[in-house]
Design a protein around this ligand. Structure first.
Ligand SMILES: CC(C)(COP(=O)(O)OP(=O)(O)OC[C@H]1O[C@@H](n2cnc3c(N)ncnc32)[C@H](O)[C@@H]1OP(=O)(O)O)[C@@H](O)C(=O)NCCC(=O)NCCS
Length: 162
């Protein structure tokens, strides 16, 4: 599925996007993935997408689908383009891809301190189902992860628009 409108495109990530992707990754996270992690994602068959505005990568997402479960491994919008609705669109896209693949539940982990991401996930119908202790690296040691899940059976009402 390839999505286009006047303002942005979402496409499969290519090797040639990795410089831009890792640059956004570095500005977005204290413990960013390096290029070889993204390369492994491409090679291992994860669904890897870029969101481009006028041909420039401004965001990306990595989704793993196994049987009827999906896992959002990364979703990120470059700092300059945050709070404009792109994260919302990219997450909708991942939900749409999952729906098409027959997924029943989508999972993701998030730092409890990441209030913005949590607000986005809740808005989209994700609910916290668990906590993983000491899951993330943190400058002071480790930080827990909150595990969220979206039950696809409950989202019939979502009007997914790109
Ligand atoms: C989390 C992230 C993907 C959200 O993308 P975004 O494009 O900034 O978000 P959007 O503009 O689409 O906003 C979607 C929703 O997020 C929430 N949100 C956005 N900005 C917010 C803020 N400053 N404070 C609280 N909630 C906020 C709101 O619920 C918003 O919906 P609304 O505008 O209808 O109220 C983006 O901030 C990001 O890439 N952050 C760095 C990487 C990261 O933390 N990824 C998630 C890892 S789990």
């Amino acid at each position: 599925m390839e999505i286009k409108n006047l303002d942005f495109d979402i496409n499969e990530m290519q090797d040639s996007d990795l410089i831009d992707v890792t640059s956004i990754e570095r500005e977005s996270y204290d413990f960013p993935w390096n290029e070889s992690i993204f390369r492994d994602c491409l090679l291992s068959g994860y669904k890897c997408f870029t969101l481009k505005k006028q041909g420039i990568v401004i965001g990306y997402a990595i989704l793993s689908i196994v049987m009827d479960e999906a896992h959002v491994l990364n979703i990120c919008i470059g700092q300059k383009y945050q709070n404009l609705g792109f994260g919302d669109k990219l997450l909708d896209y991942l939900v749409g891809e999952s729906q098409q693949a027959g997924v029943k539940k989508i999972f993701l982990e998030v730092r409890p301190s990441n209030k913005k991401a949590i607000a986005l996930y809740r808005k989209k119908g994700f609910e916290q189902i668990a906590k993983r202790s000491s899951y993330y690296r943190h400058s002071n040691g480790r930080e827990d992860a909150e595990v969220y899940a979206l039950n696809m059976g409950k989202i019939g009402y979502i009007d997914i628009q790109y």
